[in-house]
Design a protein around this ligand. Structure first.
Ligand SMILES: O=C(O)CCC(=O)C(=O)O
Ligand SMILES: [Fe+2]
Length: 370
């Protein structure tokens, strides 16, 4: 059954000039970004930066140290030294924005709905709507499969954007590879440790997200809190408009607090650790919970998600499991995990929790902690 809200783009709602978002987008009071915080990080917590050029140099120790510290604190960091030209980064940002500025009928030629109105993940539209209770995010999106290359469905790719996305994802793949090699070194493993778990023919998906201006940003989420279901995500943020926030967990095991990710330099990228690394590293590196708050200005981002080969077994690496380090996650197929994302996301859960991959509860019970 297709939900009647599935065909309603947020951009069209915003263009209607309502004084406040319709009730479908309005969060319960206790979930509203204004009641749950969102502050600039204190100076002590300088935003982590990793130069991937230096990270790739033989014998590098310093950048690997910075990466290790970023991974154990924020779980995301900005990247310099990737070598992609500014013109390419600006070009893809502009082409993405131009797509969302096209008339509705042009955009709908790439719609993420079949002729029967059925949702399918690829193409242009809103996220999957399952129930009346689901509070909708204040964003529209364009999701495209980039790799394996022979699985690209070019009917979904807006023509002006296609060559830019191809070139950009070649560059972002090198970023992901360097980061995964650095992560392996940070844990004391050989460089190919994480890449070996991903395989040569992993999947890559690109998601352009458009957040229209919102008349009451205090009432909605641009994008609800979530963790990425990827190995890592490479993000190209809006040049001017912020809104991304990350949940920083306190020492005392409290719920954490929401901190703004700053607007980055126009040449800088952001890398976010995904749940696959959390599982494989047996929680040595955790996927950060993040969200986007809306604002009175339009904003666009491009997320590129890296996934392992679908038939791979996903689970904590044997080297990281021992008597004093029990496996925190159970094994499952990479495809099962990737497919679980949309169900989990619609419910606002982590894929790890939705598919009951995490064993923390079980282990704590066995140890008599809870
Ligand atoms: O728009 C952003 O800044 C973040 C997007 C994001 O978290 C995602 O696509 O998973
Ligand atoms: Fe995300």
């Amino acid at each position: 059954m297709v939900h009647e809200a599935q065909g309603q783009m947020v951009q069209e709602v915003a263009a209607g000039g309502l004084p406040a978002p319709p009730s479908r987008y309005v969060l319960k009071e206790e979930h509203r970004p204004t009641s749950t915080g969102g502050t600039a990080a204190p100076e002590l917590l300088a935003f982590p930066t990793v130069d991937v050029q230096r990270l790739g140099e033989p014998g590098d120790v310093e950048e690997t140290g910075k990466l290790r510290s970023a991974l154990s604190s924020w779980g995301l960091f900005k990247v310099t030294g990737h070598g992609m030209p500014t013109a390419l980064l600006d070009g893809i940002r502009d082409a993405g924005m131009e797509f969302f500025h096209l008339p509705p009928e042009e955009k709908l030629r790439h719609a993420n709905r079949t002729e029967d109105g059925e949702f399918q993940p690829e193409g242009y539209g809103i996220d999957r709507v399952d129930t009346d209770e689901q509070v909708l995010d204040w964003c529209d999106r364009l999701y495209l499969t980039v790799q394996p290359e022979e699985e690209r469905r070019m009917q979904f790719w807006p023509a002006p954007l296609a060559p830019l996305l191809h070139e950009y994802t070649q560059g972002s793949e090198q970023v992901a590879r360097r980061v995964l090699r650095g992560m392996a070194r940070a844990l004391g493993f050989g460089e190919e440790f994480f890449l070996g778990h991903v395989g040569e023919r992993g999947g890559t998906g690109a998601r352009f997200t458009y957040y229209p201006p919102c008349p009451r940003p205090d009432l909605v989420y641009g994008l609800k809190p979530h963790t990425d279901n990827s190995v890592v995500t490479v993000l190209l943020l809006d040049r001017d408009v912020g809104g991304l926030q990350v949940l920083l967990r306190g020492e005392g095991g409290d719920g954490g607090r929401w901190v703004d990710v700053p607007v980055l330099g126009r040449d800088e990228l952001l890398v976010v650790v995904g749940e696959v690394v959390e599982i494989t590293s047996n929680a040595a590196f955790r996927a950060p919970t993040h969200r986007v708050v809306a604002s009175g200005r339009e904003r666009m981002s491009l997320s590129v998600f890296y996934q392992p080969e679908p038939y791979r077994d996903l689970g904590p690496a044997e080297e990281l499991v021992g008597d004093d380090h029990p496996a925190m996650y159970r094994k499952l197929k990479a495809k099962t995990f990737a497919d679980g994302f949309l169900d989990a996301f619609a419910l606002g859960e982590r894929t790890i929790d939705f598919l009951k991959v995490g064993r923390q509860q079980e282990l704590q019970e066995a140890a008599g902690v809870v």
